[in-house]
Design a protein around this ligand. Structure first.
Ligand code: BTN
Length: 265
């Protein structure tokens, strides 16, 4: 895999891209520890909103909850720098996962589902993930780095020891996909959704894409384990869990992992 002519140079990503600011500046690296860390150094030197750091591989890719994100050549590993209004922060996971789902559908025809809060699945197997890190920079203000990883032209059979069963777009299609087309579409969809914030429509589309709702789940938050029905999501993205004794809990994405090795909820 990885044989398709597939140039991710800044010029090929940016040329005639239908965005106002997202991907207007692209930093493309052959390899990096994590594009999130690279993006953070860009923030510290005053990078513009919408700057994208993309790498052909990551040697220390990070996932949620301290996990490793396997990042061999052939995948898509990018981070977008944003300076969102404070009220828009909770929507970023929704925007990123919907943009990834829309880009995959449009470029490959494959239908994805979202596992709360932001795992991108195809038939219960994980094909992509999102990690958002935020902070305060003195000059630019509150920033968010939206890290998106997609298993594009990699073989997920080699992904052993990962938390959920994995797949890739190439595994699903039996052929490589254009990473360039995917990245361009992803950036366009991302900006369109981002510019609509705050948006009830974004929340409702994300909510209706979740395969988690209505399912029995086990949620782990630190040492605590909760069991119950994933009843709904709140407008700030928290998962509303109805436990067996009838009480209601709201769980924040940053702290929670759902059940062990079950990707289909
Ligand atoms: C997850 O599902 O746990 C989130 C995975 C996020 C992976 C992306 S790849 C680009 C960016 N750089 C990283 O080190 N992680 C994110």
């Amino acid at each position: 895999m990885g044989t398709l002519a597939d140039d991710l140079s800044p010029d090929s990503i940016t040329r005639a891209l239908a965005t106002r600011f997202t991907g207007r500046k692209v930093i493309h690296l052959a390899a990096v520890a994590s594009t999130i860390d690279e993006a953070r150094s860009e923030v510290l030197s005053g990078a513009a909103q919408g700057t994208v750091v993309i790498s052909d591989k990551q040697t220390a890719g990070r996932g949620r909850l301290g996990r490793t994100w396997l990042s061999p050549r052939g995948g898509i590993y990018l981070s977008i720098i944003l300076y969102p209004a404070i009220d828009d922060f909770p929507y970023l996971i929704m925007v990123a996962s919907l943009a990834a789902a829309r880009a995959i559908k449009s470029v490959t025809g494959l239908q994805t589902q979202i596992k709360w809060p932001n795992d991108i699945l195809i038939d219960g197997r994980k094909v992509g993930g999102i990690l958002i890190e935020s902070g305060l920079q003195q000059v630019t203000g509150d920033y968010a780095i939206v890290g998106i990883g997609l298993n594009a032209n990699v073989s997920a059979a080699g992904f052993t020891g990962v938390a959920l069963p994995a797949t890739s777009l190439a595994d699903e299609l039996g052929r490589d996909v254009s990473r360039l087309e995917l990245v361009r579409k992803l950036l366009v969809e991302f900006e369109r959704l981002y510019l609509s914030l705050p948006s009830e429509a974004v929340f409702q589309e994300w909510r209706s894409s979740l395969v988690t709702l209505g399912r029995e789940i086990i949620a782990r938050s630190g040492e605590r384990v909760y069991q119950g029905t994933a009843e709904d999501v709140a407008s700030d993205g928290r998962l509303i869990l109805r436990t067996r004794d009838g009480s209601k809990l709201e769980l924040a994405a940053g702290d929670v992992t759902l059940s062990d090795n079950r990707a289909d909820i």
